[in-house]
Design a protein around this ligand. Structure first.
Ligand SMILES: Nc1nc2c(c(=O)[nH]1)N[C@H]1C(S)=C(S)[C@@H](COP(=O)(O)OP(=O)(O)OC[C@H]3O[C@@H](n4cnc5c(=O)[nH]c(N)nc54)[C@H](O)[C@@H]3O)O[C@H]1N2
Ligand SMILES: Nc1nc2c(c(=O)[nH]1)N[C@H]1C(S)=C(S)[C@@H](COP(=O)(O)OP(=O)(O)OC[C@H]3O[C@@H](n4cnc5c(=O)[nH]c(N)nc54)[C@H](O)[C@@H]3O)O[C@H]1N2
Ligand SMILES: [Mo]
Length: 685
């Protein structure tokens, strides 16, 4: 550790990015005199190979941010204003414990809502002592629903578990469809793998309503109508069945429900689906034939289409495609998605969570935070909120209601973060969190199979503490004594590694400390479903999924209709210079990201009398904000694009895209149909 190094000595430390991103990149940080002075990509990291993204290459600006929270802060001004004074940890912990205990005595433990997502996706930081502490208190549970749940639920309906093949195996693919994922922006370190596949002859297709940076680079872009994904997959399957391109041997042995599906597909020709897909039938014919006849053929997805009302059906239906064509037989063929489920399967995450000590408690969906905070009839009401690893005032749909809820005078809110976020501005207490340079953690990636150990490179700045240290301190302040609430970080890592899972064979704390990262030991040339073996009750892929009927969902895939609404459908996907709502607070980043924009096609702009560069008012029932209008054929008619992540609008008001997103649920999977937003755009007054 640099603390032991003589003054003036420069040391280099290996670490891993823990932002909520598939890439989980390796970095090297140079430390001089106890201060991190330079951070660069680790050329030895097998996936990120020395490259960092536009955000993390400036990570030290977050570490040394002039507004970094370095001490506990107690609110002095009104909620939302963001005025605080410094306090000690003892004062903060004593007050928090006393307030929680009083609330629990009056209203029961469910009146406390611990609320978190994966802002730090380290295993310790996101799913360890927090679950033990709040689970054993009987506090309300937070359903982390707004990222990936819907995609996973949809894929699992077809495959049993939402696993795909190793993304690095895309190098073997000869046909790659990036289906609703903007790889160059959201998963940039996969690009070299795709580029290598193309050098070896692969064709790259993008299915996205927007001509994204990724679509610009593809061989072929299909600008699908938002929400048209299930219809497109059904139309493709129609062609595949009609033209005899089904792998009958694979389907007969490894799938159930083919005849029922084939009967339904009679109705879903590319022509019949054209209004739903928004695509010319001849393009769909060609896509279907190319996908079915090129080997290996891969569908690459992350989450884009899940934020539509039929998001789960979209993923369920497109997971049927590689079953019909037998694409799973090939290395680099099948469905390629989040590797999170694989990493978690290998790690003893249940032993970190200790479900056996949890008391029964209600679950509140994070998507519904605004509604729940404002619901007087909720029994018990949410009276205390503990928030870490997320910034709901910026990232959760229905920003207006969330802020009204957070402003409730009778709500006691504690936020643990590195900066005073939009959410922290409403807190009674803001507690200082460590940066990724300052804590120990195990980082399971969801975009590749390398597991990393992140060791602290510097001491925590100020009085910052890691998430696990926060929960140990809270447990102590609450008078708890059970030893499992105080397990130290290294012991937690060792516990997580102790699953006995074959993919972790030979992986010890010592080895990880030495090497920094290891690849999960999946079998060489692993093809998850080459020989079937789907983890469903029958062991077969479920083209017909009886379990869905129990959820009130059609057990067969359905070519669901896109959402309809007044005005333009507003898509608010990820942007290059933001990591969700992080980095909006770093000044030069804000400049690079530029002001809040909304992009419309020429016809939609003309109809509203709008010109490129003009200041416009964007509004719907959720509220109104100011943006700069961009006119471009990169978006389809009827669609408006406002990248998500900024925390102020073009007039400087503290609002973002989620002011305009609805809180509607998805079909199943309990997620958020946040891209089913409809807005009007008019010249700004
Ligand atoms: N730079 C950057 N990288 C990030 C993040 C970030 O904020 N910034 N966030 C990280 C996180 S948390 C996640 S979950 C991943 C997400 O990674 P992705 O899933 O790749 O990203 P999204 O931007 O959510 O959506 C991808 C694409 O879906 C398209 N889309 C929207 N609706 C539809 C539809 O109905 N059908 C189809 N086919 N496409 C549709 C959008 O236009 C968008 O281009 O990115 C991670 N990486
Ligand atoms: N309109 C719209 N809304 C969206 C999306 C979209 O595409 N469009 N995407 C959705 C998706 S996929 C996601 S994942 C969510 C992301 O939503 P969030 O997870 O809330 O997004 P981040 O900005 O990554 O916020 C994480 C917060 O955690 C803090 N943090 C980082 N490390 C630590 C730590 O070690 N300890 C503590 N205590 N705090 C830490 C960061 O400083 C930051 O404030 O947003 C969702 N919302
Ligand atoms: Mo996400």
């Amino acid at each position: 550790m640099r603390d032991q190094a003589p003054a003036g000595t420069e040391t280099t430390h290996q670490g891993t990015c823990n932002h909520d991103c598939p890439d989980a990149c390796g970095w090297l940080v140079t430390v001089r005199g106890g201060e991190a002075v330079a951070l660069r990509g680790d050329p030895g990291h097998p996936f990120s190979r020395g490259a960092l993204c536009a955000k993390v290459s400036h990570y030290l600006d977050r570490v040394h941010h002039p507004d970094r929270v370095l001490h506990p802060l107690r609110r002095v001004g009104p909620k939302g204003e963001g005025r605080f004074v410094r306090a000690t940890w003892d004062e903060a912990l004593a007050d928090i414990a006393a307030r929680w205990q009083a609330i629990i005595a009056e209203s029961g433990p469910e009146a406390l809502l611990p609320y978190s997502l994966s802002g730090n996706q380290g295993l310790l930081a996101s799913a360890s002592l927090d679950l033990r502490l709040f689970g054993s208190m009987g506090a309300s549970r937070c359903r982390r629903s707004i990222c990936g749940d819907v995609a996973a639920a949809g894929v699992a309906a077809t495959q049993g578990r939402p696993v795909g093949f190793d993304p690095e195996d895309l190098v073997h693919s000869r046909y790659i469809v990036l289906w609703g994922t903007n790889t160059l922006v959201t998963n940039a370190h996969l690009w070299p793998v795709i580029a290598e596949a193309r050098r070896r002859g692969a064709r790259l297709v993008v299915v996205d309503p927007v001509r994204t940076r990724t679509a610009e680079q593809a061989d072929w872009h299909l600008p699908i109508r938002p929400g048209g994904d299930a219809a497109l997959a059904m139309a493709m399957m129609h062609v595949i069945v009609r033209d005899g391109l089904v792998d009958r041997d694979y389907v007969d042995r490894h799938a159930e429900g083919f005849d029922a599906l084939a009967a339904r597909l009679a109705e879903t020709s590319p022509q019949a689906m054209a209004a739903r897909t928004g695509l010319p039938p001849e393009d769909v014919e060609r896509l279907a034939r190319e996908f079915a006849t090129t080997r290996p053929a891969a569908l690459r997805v992350l989450i884009g289409p899940e934020h539509q009302r039929h998001g789960a059906m979209a993923f369920r239906t497109l997971a049927c495609l590689p079953v019909l064509t037998g694409a799973w037989r090939d290395r680099g063929g099948g469905l390629c998605r989040s590797t999170g489920a694989m990493q978690y399967a290998a790690l003893a995450h249940e032993r970190l969570a200790m479900p056996e000590v949890h008391r029964p408690a209600r679950e509140l969906n994070m998507r519904d935070l605004g509604r729940d905070l404002l619901d007087a009839a909720l029994a018990p009401p949410v009276r205390a909120l503990m928030i870490w690893n997320t910034n709901p005032a910026a990232v959760v749909p229905g920003q207006g209601a969330i802020r009204r809820g957070l402003a409730r005078e009778d709500l006691f809110t504690v936020v643990h973060d590195l900066l005073v976020t939009d959410t922290a501005r409403y807190a009674d207490w803001v507690l200082p969190a460590t940066s990724q340079l300052e804590h120990l953690d195990l980082v399971p990636a969801w975009g590749h199979l390398h597991l990393a150990l992140n060791r602290p490179a510097t001491a925590p700045r100020g009085e910052a503490v890691s998430n696990t240290e926060l929960f140990r301190r809270l447990a102590r302040a609450l008078g708890r004594t059970a030893p499992w609430l105080f397990e130290d970080d290294e012991a937690l890592v060792r516990t997580a590694l102790g699953s006995g899972h074959p993919w972790l064979a030979g992986v010890t704390f010592e080895r990880l400390a030495e090497e920094g990262h290891v690849r999960l030991a999946t079998p060489e040339g692993w093809r998850p479903f080459a020989e079937g073996g789907f983890p469903t009750p029958s062991g077969k892929a479920q083209l017909l999924a009886p379990a869905l009927a129990e959820l009130g969902v059609d057990p067969l895939p359905v070519a669901t209709a896109p959402a309809r609404g007044e005005g333009l459908q507003l898509l608010t996907p990820k942007s290059l210079f933001h990591l969700n709502a992080s980095y909006a607070d770093v000044a030069h980043h804000r400049e690079k990201a530029g002001p809040c924009t909304i992009t419309l096609c020429e016809a939609d702009a003309r109809r509203r009398g709008l010109a490129d560069g003009q200041r416009v008012r964007v509004f719907n029932g959720g509220g109104a904000l100011t943006a700069i209008c961009r006119v471009s054929d990169a978006v389809r008619p009827g669609v408006a694009l406002m990248p998500f992540g900024g925390t102020v609008d073009a007039a400087g008001a503290r609002v973002g895209a989620n002011l305009l997103t609805p809180t509607d649920p998805t079909d199943w999977g309990e997620g958020s149909a946040m891209y089913d937003a409809f807005v009007e755009v008019a010249p700004a007054a």
